[in-house]
Ligand binder design. Structure first.
Ligand code: GLY
Length: 379
Protein backbone atom coordinates (compact mmCIF):
# COMPACT_ATOMS: atom_id res chain seq x y z
CA UNK A 1 0.00 0.00 0.00
CA UNK A 2 1.32 3.43 -0.88
CA UNK A 3 1.78 5.31 2.38
CA UNK A 4 3.75 8.28 1.07
CA UNK A 5 2.27 11.38 2.69
CA UNK A 6 0.83 13.90 0.25
CA UNK A 7 -1.14 17.03 0.97
CA UNK A 8 -4.20 16.39 3.05
CA UNK A 9 -6.66 18.42 1.01
CA UNK A 10 -6.14 16.66 -2.29
CA UNK A 11 -5.69 13.18 -0.84
CA UNK A 12 -8.80 13.33 1.26
CA UNK A 13 -11.23 14.69 -1.27
CA UNK A 14 -11.49 11.81 -3.69
CA UNK A 15 -13.55 9.22 -1.85
CA UNK A 16 -17.21 8.55 -2.50
CA UNK A 17 -20.27 8.63 -0.30
CA UNK A 18 -21.23 5.54 1.68
CA UNK A 19 -24.45 5.10 3.62
CA UNK A 20 -24.84 2.48 6.34
CA UNK A 21 -28.07 1.72 8.16
CA UNK A 22 -28.38 1.15 11.90
CA UNK A 23 -31.32 -1.24 11.95
CA UNK A 24 -33.33 -0.63 15.08
CA UNK A 25 -37.03 -1.49 15.17
CA UNK A 26 -38.39 1.94 16.21
CA UNK A 27 -35.46 4.24 15.56
CA UNK A 28 -33.46 3.09 12.52
CA UNK A 29 -31.10 5.69 11.09
CA UNK A 30 -28.34 6.22 8.58
CA UNK A 31 -24.64 6.81 9.01
CA UNK A 32 -23.45 8.78 5.99
CA UNK A 33 -19.71 8.86 5.34
CA UNK A 34 -18.72 11.42 2.71
CA UNK A 35 -15.91 13.94 2.29
CA UNK A 36 -18.29 16.82 1.59
CA UNK A 37 -20.65 16.19 4.49
CA UNK A 38 -19.93 19.44 6.28
CA UNK A 39 -20.57 21.51 3.16
CA UNK A 40 -23.76 19.57 2.49
CA UNK A 41 -24.90 19.48 6.11
CA UNK A 42 -28.08 21.53 5.67
CA UNK A 43 -29.12 19.74 2.51
CA UNK A 44 -28.54 16.32 4.04
CA UNK A 45 -30.90 17.13 6.91
CA UNK A 46 -33.77 18.15 4.62
CA UNK A 47 -34.96 14.60 3.99
CA UNK A 48 -35.45 14.06 7.75
CA UNK A 49 -38.40 16.50 7.98
CA UNK A 50 -37.03 18.23 11.05
CA UNK A 51 -38.45 21.47 12.42
CA UNK A 52 -36.84 24.77 11.43
CA UNK A 53 -34.85 25.34 14.63
CA UNK A 54 -31.47 23.82 15.25
CA UNK A 55 -29.33 24.25 18.34
CA UNK A 56 -25.73 23.44 17.44
CA UNK A 57 -23.45 22.35 20.28
CA UNK A 58 -19.69 22.40 19.97
CA UNK A 59 -16.49 23.24 21.81
CA UNK A 60 -14.46 26.41 21.08
CA UNK A 61 -11.75 24.70 19.05
CA UNK A 62 -14.00 22.65 16.78
CA UNK A 63 -16.40 25.54 16.43
CA UNK A 64 -13.45 27.72 15.40
CA UNK A 65 -12.52 25.28 12.63
CA UNK A 66 -15.92 24.20 11.36
CA UNK A 67 -18.66 26.25 13.02
CA UNK A 68 -19.07 28.85 10.31
CA UNK A 69 -19.14 26.27 7.53
CA UNK A 70 -21.76 24.22 9.37
CA UNK A 71 -23.95 27.22 10.20
CA UNK A 72 -23.78 28.62 6.65
CA UNK A 73 -24.79 25.27 5.20
CA UNK A 74 -27.69 24.91 7.65
CA UNK A 75 -28.92 28.46 7.01
CA UNK A 76 -28.73 28.01 3.26
CA UNK A 77 -31.03 25.03 3.66
CA UNK A 78 -33.50 27.24 5.52
CA UNK A 79 -32.77 26.38 9.17
CA UNK A 80 -32.63 28.88 12.03
CA UNK A 81 -29.46 28.13 13.95
CA UNK A 82 -28.56 28.93 17.55
CA UNK A 83 -25.28 27.81 19.09
CA UNK A 84 -24.11 26.72 22.50
CA UNK A 85 -20.40 26.30 23.18
CA UNK A 86 -19.11 24.12 25.99
CA UNK A 87 -15.48 24.30 27.14
CA UNK A 88 -13.41 21.29 26.06
CA UNK A 89 -12.72 18.26 28.23
CA UNK A 90 -14.29 15.55 30.36
CA UNK A 91 -14.44 17.89 33.36
CA UNK A 92 -17.24 19.80 31.63
CA UNK A 93 -19.26 16.67 30.89
CA UNK A 94 -21.56 17.44 33.78
CA UNK A 95 -25.19 18.05 34.66
CA UNK A 96 -24.22 21.68 35.20
CA UNK A 97 -23.18 21.98 31.54
CA UNK A 98 -26.46 20.35 30.53
CA UNK A 99 -28.31 23.00 32.58
CA UNK A 100 -26.55 25.59 30.40
CA UNK A 101 -27.78 23.79 27.25
CA UNK A 102 -31.35 23.81 28.61
CA UNK A 103 -31.05 27.56 29.26
CA UNK A 104 -30.01 28.17 25.64
CA UNK A 105 -32.79 25.88 24.41
CA UNK A 106 -35.30 27.90 26.43
CA UNK A 107 -33.96 31.27 25.28
CA UNK A 108 -34.25 30.14 21.67
CA UNK A 109 -37.75 28.69 22.11
CA UNK A 110 -36.85 25.20 20.94
CA UNK A 111 -39.91 23.11 20.17
CA UNK A 112 -40.60 19.37 20.12
CA UNK A 113 -39.68 19.16 16.44
CA UNK A 114 -36.45 21.16 16.90
CA UNK A 115 -33.02 19.55 16.68
CA UNK A 116 -29.90 19.44 18.83
CA UNK A 117 -26.88 18.95 16.61
CA UNK A 118 -23.54 17.79 18.00
CA UNK A 119 -20.49 19.13 16.16
CA UNK A 120 -17.54 17.71 18.04
CA UNK A 121 -15.97 14.67 19.64
CA UNK A 122 -17.37 12.13 22.07
CA UNK A 123 -17.89 14.55 24.96
CA UNK A 124 -19.97 16.95 22.88
CA UNK A 125 -21.86 14.05 21.26
CA UNK A 126 -22.71 12.38 24.57
CA UNK A 127 -23.87 15.64 26.15
CA UNK A 128 -25.87 16.78 23.13
CA UNK A 129 -27.60 13.39 23.03
CA UNK A 130 -28.45 13.55 26.71
CA UNK A 131 -29.81 17.09 26.41
CA UNK A 132 -31.82 16.01 23.33
CA UNK A 133 -33.19 12.97 25.19
CA UNK A 134 -34.42 15.07 28.10
CA UNK A 135 -35.37 18.52 26.79
CA UNK A 136 -39.14 18.58 26.29
CA UNK A 137 -38.97 14.80 26.87
CA UNK A 138 -37.06 14.35 23.65
CA UNK A 139 -36.19 16.47 20.62
CA UNK A 140 -34.38 15.47 17.41
CA UNK A 141 -30.70 14.67 17.66
CA UNK A 142 -28.07 14.70 14.89
CA UNK A 143 -24.44 13.67 15.26
CA UNK A 144 -21.62 15.27 13.29
CA UNK A 145 -18.57 13.67 14.92
CA UNK A 146 -15.21 15.35 14.43
CA UNK A 147 -12.81 12.92 16.16
CA UNK A 148 -11.97 9.42 14.93
CA UNK A 149 -13.13 7.98 18.24
CA UNK A 150 -16.50 9.69 17.98
CA UNK A 151 -16.85 8.66 14.31
CA UNK A 152 -16.27 4.96 14.90
CA UNK A 153 -17.73 4.58 18.37
CA UNK A 154 -19.42 7.31 20.39
CA UNK A 155 -21.64 8.78 17.67
CA UNK A 156 -23.23 5.45 16.76
CA UNK A 157 -25.47 3.46 19.08
CA UNK A 158 -27.27 6.02 21.21
CA UNK A 159 -25.34 5.95 24.46
CA UNK A 160 -25.65 9.47 25.81
CA UNK A 161 -24.88 10.96 29.18
CA UNK A 162 -22.69 12.90 31.56
CA UNK A 163 -20.28 12.10 34.37
CA UNK A 164 -21.05 12.01 38.07
CA UNK A 165 -18.32 13.32 40.38
CA UNK A 166 -17.79 9.70 41.45
CA UNK A 167 -17.64 8.09 38.03
CA UNK A 168 -17.74 8.51 34.25
CA UNK A 169 -21.02 8.23 32.34
CA UNK A 170 -23.02 7.24 35.40
CA UNK A 171 -25.93 9.48 34.36
CA UNK A 172 -27.40 8.91 30.93
CA UNK A 173 -29.97 7.55 28.53
CA UNK A 174 -30.09 5.44 25.41
CA UNK A 175 -31.21 7.94 22.79
CA UNK A 176 -30.58 7.34 19.12
CA UNK A 177 -29.70 10.11 16.67
CA UNK A 178 -31.78 10.71 13.56
CA UNK A 179 -28.61 10.77 11.47
CA UNK A 180 -24.84 10.47 11.83
CA UNK A 181 -22.85 12.50 9.30
CA UNK A 182 -19.16 11.68 9.05
CA UNK A 183 -16.85 13.93 7.05
CA UNK A 184 -13.41 12.25 7.06
CA UNK A 185 -11.73 15.49 5.95
CA UNK A 186 -12.24 17.07 9.40
CA UNK A 187 -9.74 14.59 10.83
CA UNK A 188 -6.96 16.75 9.38
CA UNK A 189 -7.28 19.08 12.37
CA UNK A 190 -7.41 16.30 14.95
CA UNK A 191 -4.27 16.11 17.14
CA UNK A 192 -2.21 12.97 16.42
CA UNK A 193 -2.67 11.61 19.92
CA UNK A 194 -6.45 11.83 19.52
CA UNK A 195 -6.25 10.15 16.14
CA UNK A 196 -4.36 7.24 17.71
CA UNK A 197 -6.95 7.04 20.49
CA UNK A 198 -9.62 6.46 17.84
CA UNK A 199 -7.42 3.86 16.17
CA UNK A 200 -7.58 1.78 19.38
CA UNK A 201 -11.34 1.39 18.87
CA UNK A 202 -10.79 0.56 15.19
CA UNK A 203 -8.37 -2.24 16.16
CA UNK A 204 -10.95 -3.37 18.71
CA UNK A 205 -13.50 -3.96 15.94
CA UNK A 206 -10.93 -6.02 14.06
CA UNK A 207 -10.37 -8.27 17.06
CA UNK A 208 -13.96 -8.64 18.25
CA UNK A 209 -15.92 -8.70 15.00
CA UNK A 210 -14.20 -8.13 11.69
CA UNK A 211 -11.20 -10.32 10.89
CA UNK A 212 -10.90 -8.79 7.43
CA UNK A 213 -10.53 -5.32 8.93
CA UNK A 214 -7.80 -6.68 11.20
CA UNK A 215 -5.96 -8.16 8.21
CA UNK A 216 -6.22 -4.89 6.27
CA UNK A 217 -4.79 -3.00 9.22
CA UNK A 218 -2.04 -5.57 9.57
CA UNK A 219 -0.83 -5.08 5.99
CA UNK A 220 -1.04 -1.30 6.10
CA UNK A 221 2.23 0.54 6.39
CA UNK A 222 1.53 3.06 9.17
CA UNK A 223 -1.51 3.76 11.31
CA UNK A 224 -0.19 6.29 13.78
CA UNK A 225 -1.09 9.52 11.95
CA UNK A 226 -3.94 10.64 9.75
CA UNK A 227 -1.48 11.84 7.09
CA UNK A 228 -0.14 8.34 6.49
CA UNK A 229 -3.50 6.78 5.66
CA UNK A 230 -4.63 6.75 2.06
CA UNK A 231 -8.21 7.99 1.50
CA UNK A 232 -9.22 4.45 0.59
CA UNK A 233 -7.81 2.97 3.79
CA UNK A 234 -9.42 5.69 5.89
CA UNK A 235 -12.75 5.16 4.15
CA UNK A 236 -12.48 1.41 4.70
CA UNK A 237 -11.66 1.92 8.38
CA UNK A 238 -14.65 4.21 8.85
CA UNK A 239 -17.06 1.99 6.94
CA UNK A 240 -16.06 -1.30 8.56
CA UNK A 241 -15.85 0.13 12.06
CA UNK A 242 -19.25 1.83 11.79
CA UNK A 243 -20.68 -1.32 10.22
CA UNK A 244 -19.37 -3.42 13.12
CA UNK A 245 -20.90 -1.03 15.62
CA UNK A 246 -24.18 -0.87 13.67
CA UNK A 247 -24.34 -4.70 13.48
CA UNK A 248 -23.83 -5.12 17.21
CA UNK A 249 -26.16 -2.29 18.26
CA UNK A 250 -28.75 -3.50 15.73
CA UNK A 251 -28.83 -6.85 17.54
CA UNK A 252 -28.69 -5.52 21.09
CA UNK A 253 -29.51 -1.84 21.48
CA UNK A 254 -29.67 -1.70 25.29
CA UNK A 255 -26.73 -3.97 26.13
CA UNK A 256 -28.73 -6.95 27.29
CA UNK A 257 -26.05 -9.29 25.93
CA UNK A 258 -24.05 -8.98 22.72
CA UNK A 259 -23.37 -5.23 22.97
CA UNK A 260 -21.10 -5.89 25.95
CA UNK A 261 -18.46 -7.14 23.47
CA UNK A 262 -17.90 -3.49 22.51
CA UNK A 263 -16.35 -3.17 25.94
CA UNK A 264 -13.40 -5.32 24.90
CA UNK A 265 -10.30 -3.79 26.47
CA UNK A 266 -12.46 -1.46 28.55
CA UNK A 267 -12.54 -3.51 31.77
CA UNK A 268 -8.90 -3.04 32.70
CA UNK A 269 -8.81 0.09 30.53
CA UNK A 270 -11.38 1.87 32.74
CA UNK A 271 -9.48 0.87 35.87
CA UNK A 272 -6.30 2.41 34.42
CA UNK A 273 -8.12 5.61 33.44
CA UNK A 274 -9.69 5.90 36.85
CA UNK A 275 -6.50 5.15 38.83
CA UNK A 276 -4.51 7.67 36.81
CA UNK A 277 -7.17 10.34 37.37
CA UNK A 278 -8.14 10.51 33.66
CA UNK A 279 -5.02 12.61 33.07
CA UNK A 280 -1.98 10.48 32.25
CA UNK A 281 -3.65 8.07 29.80
CA UNK A 282 -6.49 8.95 27.43
CA UNK A 283 -9.45 6.64 26.76
CA UNK A 284 -8.07 5.07 23.58
CA UNK A 285 -4.68 4.49 25.17
CA UNK A 286 -6.34 2.85 28.17
CA UNK A 287 -8.39 0.63 25.83
CA UNK A 288 -5.22 -0.32 23.92
CA UNK A 289 -3.51 -1.40 27.15
CA UNK A 290 -6.73 -3.12 28.26
CA UNK A 291 -6.91 -5.11 25.01
CA UNK A 292 -3.36 -6.38 25.52
CA UNK A 293 -4.22 -7.33 29.12
CA UNK A 294 -7.45 -9.06 28.07
CA UNK A 295 -5.50 -10.86 25.34
CA UNK A 296 -3.05 -12.05 27.97
CA UNK A 297 -5.89 -13.35 30.16
CA UNK A 298 -7.32 -15.23 27.17
CA UNK A 299 -3.89 -16.75 26.48
CA UNK A 300 -3.47 -17.75 30.14
CA UNK A 301 -6.86 -19.47 29.97
CA UNK A 302 -5.77 -21.19 26.75
CA UNK A 303 -8.72 -19.67 24.91
CA UNK A 304 -6.51 -17.67 22.54
CA UNK A 305 -3.20 -18.42 20.87
CA UNK A 306 -0.04 -16.61 21.90
CA UNK A 307 0.57 -15.96 18.19
CA UNK A 308 -2.70 -14.03 17.75
CA UNK A 309 -2.12 -12.12 20.98
CA UNK A 310 1.27 -11.08 19.62
CA UNK A 311 -0.33 -9.98 16.33
CA UNK A 312 -2.78 -7.82 18.27
CA UNK A 313 0.08 -6.28 20.26
CA UNK A 314 2.07 -5.53 17.10
CA UNK A 315 -0.92 -3.81 15.54
CA UNK A 316 -1.48 -1.69 18.64
CA UNK A 317 2.19 -0.71 18.58
CA UNK A 318 1.94 0.13 14.88
CA UNK A 319 -0.85 2.55 15.73
CA UNK A 320 1.56 4.27 18.13
CA UNK A 321 -0.45 3.19 21.16
CA UNK A 322 0.86 1.97 24.51
CA UNK A 323 0.66 -1.70 25.49
CA UNK A 324 2.01 -1.64 29.05
CA UNK A 325 0.10 -0.88 32.24
CA UNK A 326 1.78 2.12 33.92
CA UNK A 327 4.46 0.63 36.20
CA UNK A 328 3.43 2.69 39.21
CA UNK A 329 -0.07 1.20 39.37
CA UNK A 330 -0.50 -1.37 42.12
CA UNK A 331 -2.06 -4.61 40.73
CA UNK A 332 -4.14 -4.85 43.94
CA UNK A 333 -5.54 -1.37 43.30
CA UNK A 334 -6.45 -2.42 39.75
CA UNK A 335 -8.31 -5.48 41.07
CA UNK A 336 -10.14 -3.35 43.66
CA UNK A 337 -11.14 -0.81 40.97
CA UNK A 338 -12.43 -3.57 38.67
CA UNK A 339 -14.92 -4.58 41.37
CA UNK A 340 -16.44 -1.08 41.45
CA UNK A 341 -16.82 -0.72 37.66
CA UNK A 342 -20.38 0.01 36.53
CA UNK A 343 -20.20 -2.98 34.21
CA UNK A 344 -19.87 -5.39 37.14
CA UNK A 345 -22.88 -7.73 37.05
CA UNK A 346 -24.12 -9.46 40.20
CA UNK A 347 -20.83 -8.59 41.84
CA UNK A 348 -18.81 -10.35 39.12
CA UNK A 349 -16.23 -8.67 36.87
CA UNK A 350 -17.01 -9.37 33.24
CA UNK A 351 -14.25 -9.76 30.70
CA UNK A 352 -14.52 -9.81 26.93
CA UNK A 353 -11.93 -12.31 25.77
CA UNK A 354 -10.79 -13.16 22.24
CA UNK A 355 -10.93 -16.74 21.05
CA UNK A 356 -9.70 -16.00 17.52
CA UNK A 357 -9.17 -12.84 15.51
CA UNK A 358 -12.67 -11.54 14.79
CA UNK A 359 -14.34 -13.47 17.64
CA UNK A 360 -14.71 -12.94 21.36
CA UNK A 361 -16.55 -14.49 24.28
CA UNK A 362 -17.89 -12.95 27.48
CA UNK A 363 -16.81 -14.40 30.81
CA UNK A 364 -17.41 -13.46 34.44
CA UNK A 365 -15.40 -16.38 35.74
CA UNK A 366 -11.85 -15.16 35.39
CA UNK A 367 -10.09 -15.77 38.71
CA UNK A 368 -8.42 -12.83 40.48
CA UNK A 369 -5.12 -14.75 40.25
CA UNK A 370 -5.24 -14.84 36.47
CA UNK A 371 -6.19 -11.17 36.30
CA UNK A 372 -3.30 -10.27 38.60
CA UNK A 373 -0.87 -12.38 36.60
CA UNK A 374 -1.97 -10.67 33.36
CA UNK A 375 -1.59 -7.25 34.99
CA UNK A 376 1.89 -7.99 36.34
CA UNK A 377 3.09 -9.49 33.06
CA UNK A 378 1.95 -6.34 31.20
CA UNK A 379 3.61 -3.82 33.51
N1 GLY B 1 -18.86 2.26 23.43
C1 GLY B 1 -19.54 1.09 23.77
C2 GLY B 1 -20.95 1.07 23.35
O1 GLY B 1 -21.39 1.97 22.65
O2 GLY B 1 -21.68 0.19 23.70
Amino acid sequence: MNAEPQTVETRHSATVQETLRVNLPQTAYDIVIAPDNLLQLGERLLSLSLGKKILLLSNPEIFGYYGEQAITSLQQAGYEVATHIIPPGEQYKTLESIQGVYDTALENHLERNSTLLALGGGVIGDMTGFAAATWLRGVNFVQVPTSLLAMVDASVGGKTGVNHPKGKNLIGAFYQPKLVLIDPAVLKTLPDREFRAGMAEVIKYGVIWDRELFLKLEVSHRLDQFEYLTPDLLQLILIRSCQAKADVVGEDEKEAGLRAILNYGHTIGHAIESLTGYQQVNHGEAVAIGMVAAGEIAVQLEWWSREDANRQKLLIEKAGLPTQIPADLDPEAILATLRTDKKVKDGKVRFILPTEIGKVTISDRVSPDIIEQAVISNQ
